[in-house]
Structures are given as C-alpha cells and as structure tokens.
Design a protein around this ligand. Structure first.
Ligand code: PLP
Length: 449
C-alpha cells in the first residue's frame, strides 16, 4: 500500500467531512494535501494543483507567505494563547487598532471570535441586546435576504436562507423577515439588473414600513451573496438599502466574511457603495488563510449602549475560549501589512480585468453557461441545461461536482455551489495562472456538460 492509499483509507475510516455525503465520499478517490507553495497545493504523491478557491476563500496572498510564517513563528516564541477574559494580549490590541483604522469610519470597537458563523452570531446578539438597552425590547427580529448564507451555527442559519443546506434544521430556528434577493438572472419580472434592483428595493421598503418597529437589524452580504452562487447585487442596491435602514431606525449588519479583504477589489465591499454598517462581520481572509479568527466591528453608539454599572447587567455576555488568540492575531497583522507593502489592491484590479477578459473569451461562449457573474476576483459560473430558457440542471445530476472533478484532472482545485462553479483564486494569482484557471475550468465544463 502506498502512503497515499494508506492515508486515504484512514481518512475514510476516521474522518467525517463537512457538507459531504460520506457514502459517496467513501467510493471516491481521496486527494490528500501534504503541502503548498504560493498559489499551489501539493498532494502526498507530489501532484500540484492550482488553488482555484483559495482553500475555501481564505488564502489571500498565497500559501506559506514568508512574512506571515515569520510573524506566527515570532509569536510562538512569546505566547501561543492567553485569554481575553480578564487579560489583554499584545497582538489582539495591535490588530484591533489596525482593523479600526482600515474599516469604514465610525466602526470603532472590535469583538473577536473564531469563524464567520460566530462573527455573525455575535452581531445578532449585539443588535438584539442593543435595542433592549435602548429601551426598545420589541425590536427583536431580523431582516435578511432570500438565498442568504451567514454560517452554520443556529443564529446564523436562522438569518440564512439557503434551503438546500438548512431546511432540516427549520424547527430549531427563529423566525426572520425575508426580503427578496436581487438575483436578476432568476427574476421573472425584471428585464435588466437596474429594474431588478428597483423591484427588490421597493419590496424591502415595504417590509421596513411594516416591520421596522420590531426589527433589530438588516443582515446582508454586501455586493455578492457568496454561498448562494456568487449572486452579484446590481449597482446601487446596497447604498439604497443602507439608507432605508437608517431612515427606519434599523441597524445594518454587513457580513463581509466572504467579500472582505480585497476579494471584490476594495479591502471591504461596503465601501464601494459608500456604506458604513453599524456592525461589520469579518473572518475567512482575516488571517490570510493561516488560523481561525473572526472579528465583529461595532459602532461607538452600539458599544456605548452596553456601558453601565456591574449591577445593571448590560455586559455583552458572550465569548469563546480562543477569543483574541495571539497567534491568529499575529498572522492577521502580517496579512494586513502585505496589502500595503505589495500594493495588493492595485494588482487585484489588473488581475480582475484579465480574469474578466478570459472568462468572456473562454467561458461565456460555452453552450451550457447561463451566466458568468464577477465582482473583482469573485466569480460564479451558473450552468444551465438550456441556455435559451435558463432551464436549470436537476440537482440529481450534480453538475457542479462533476465539473469540479474534471477540473482536478486538469490540475485545478474548484468547489461548486450547486450548479454554480466558483472561481475565487488568491489575490496573489499571476497572469499565467489566471489563464490556466480559466482554461482548465472551460475544458472541465465542456467535458462534464
Ligand atoms: N458569512 C458568509 C458570507 C460566508 O460566506 C460564510 C462562509 O462561507 C460564513 C458567514 C460562515 O463562515 P465560517 O464557515 O467561517 O463559519
């Protein structure tokens, strides 16, 4: 038995993989990753694969970036973990200062947790408790979009709206006011993105008019609804929605777990529409793909509402064991420094333009490609059985999974979202790698459809 076979066999015997039908998994070849170099993953047999989805949207500047490696090693020589319950630590202080300086003006406080889901969970609980402190306990519901995804803990699942993931948990969830997602390609009533935006905004305003008195916050993924299939919002949607929330005294929570850290072309997506949310959720790319860390940034007004005497019980009673972990914060600081040192956002603009051109020439003409959606380096390729009628592939065909398996044979790691093929390469992707990514994806789509 080779080492690869042995590891694969043990994986199947002991590991339960996330979002995976293990009966299928046990029949398939297991790709076991051993190491990585830059934008490439290397398996235990030495085979190299371009990391086309940034190891699930986290790797920002490539794997094994010297500066981040060194920052983590240096922190290891000081302390790996100490708690934020009753103590402070150096990297968590420095990172909070840095995040506040980079975030949209007005977000002044940083609350740490460990994952995108917990960043959202924290925001929900903060918004809920904020209104209690303000003497408005009836503002206890949340408004969210259809097809939203905010993570897998129960609060995050409640505001999420992707039935194929979460239907089974419905009895455990709280009730949410649901606004339509501006998903133009699948909107029967809108002939173009601008009319889709206007229809969705009208519906949003109607819901706010009716329910604002009982709504704590509107929770939204700004510019791109990632897990729904990279649904790109029409220009102007976010700014108008933010304005409506303000007018109706409803807090705005921007979940930038997927869109944050340069993916859409700016450090944070909400700034492209001049929006400052009341609460901003960050995770995934925060440490450049090194360690689990999340942050919920809050406005001064929200933070201040929690101040009081001990006996007032206004404390935010929430915290995780690894909150503010020094190793993770050190990785995040080094990750953020690279943005400036390497002029990363300028490079993203160039790479995104090249990616757009390649998609246009290689992917758009393919007969089963319904729509190619892109914001910066976030791409969703929606596959359809019939392009003219937009007839979707039935879920039983698992078309996305088939394409991604084919892409692997061409040396590229992809991961689908149903019938949508996601491309989300590291921001450090080089021009020849952009071409390879798109060509391999095109070949895989042609083979599997
Ligand atoms: N929010 C958004 C917008 C996401 O895309 C995700 C994950 O894909 C999450 C929250 C959950 O993050 P995590 O998987 O780190 O809990």
């Amino acid at each position: 038995m080779t080492r690869a076979q042995e590891l694969s066999e043990k994986d199947k015997r002991y590991v339960w993989h996330p979002f995976t039908q293990m009966q299928d998994w046990r029949q398939e070849d297991t790709l076991v990753i051993d190491r990585a170099e830059g934008n490439w993953l290397v398996d235990v047999e030495g085979q190299r694969y371009l990391d086309g989805v940034s190891s699930l949207w986290v790797t920002v500047h490539g794997h094994r970036r010297r500066e981040i490696d060194e920052a983590v090693r240096a922190q290891l020589d000081r302390v790996a973990h100490s708690t934020l319950l009753g103590l402070a630590n150096v990297p968590s202080i420095e990172l909070a200062e840095r995040l506040v300086s980079l975030a949209p003006a007005g977000l002044t406080k940083v609350f740490y947790s460990d994952s995108g889901s917990t960043a959202v969970e924290v925001a929900l609980k903060m918004a809920f408790q904020y209104w209690r402190h303000r003497g408005r306990p009836e503002k206890r519901r949340f408004l969210a979009l259809t097809d939203a995804y905010h993570g897998d803990t129960l609060g995050a699942v409640s505001v999420g709206g992707i039935d194929r993931f979460h239907e089974v948990f419905r009895p455990l969830l709280f009730d949410v006011v649901r606004a339509p997602s501006p998903y133009w390609y699948r909107c029967a009533d809108a002939p173009d993105p601008a009319s889709c935006r206007d229809l969705c905004l009208t519906a949003l305003e109607r819901l706010l008019d009716k329910h604002a008195g009982e709504i704590a916050a509107f929770v939204v993924e700004p510019l791109v609804q990632g897990a729904a299939g990279m649904i790109t919002q029409p220009h102007g949607y976010l700014a108008a929605a933010a304005e409506m929330c303000r007018a109706h005294d409803v807090l705005l929570v921007c979940d930038e777990v997927a869109t944050g850290f340069g993916r859409t072309g700016s450090l944070f997506a909400c700034t492209q529409e001049g929006v400052t949310p009341d609460l901003l959720c960050l995770a995934k790319g925060l440490t450049g793909g090194y360690l689990p860390l999340a942050a919920t940034l809050a406005s001064e007004a929200i933070y201040s509402a929690f101040l009081g005497n001990h006996s007032d019980f206004k404390t935010f009673f929430h915290g995780h064991t690894y909150t503010g972990n020094p190793l993770a914060c050190a990785a995040a600081l080094a990750n953020l420094e690279i943005f400036e040192a390497d002029h990363v956002l300028e490079r993203v603009a160039q790479r995104a333009e090249l990616l757009g051109e390649e998609l246009e020439s290689v992917i758009v003409p393919l007969p089963h490609v319904g729509q190619v959606r892109r914001r910066g380096l976030m791409v969703g390729i929606e596959l359809v059985r019939n392009r003219a009628t937009r007839e979707p592939y039935p879920a039983t065909e698992a078309i996305g999974a088939r394409v991604c398996r084919a892409a692997r044979r061409h040396g590229v790691i992809l991961r689908p979202l149903g019938p949508v093929i996601v491309l989300m390469p590291p921001l450090s992707i080089e021009p020849d790698e952009v071409r390879l990514l798109v060509e391999a994806t095109g070949r895989a789509i042609a083979e599997a459809t």
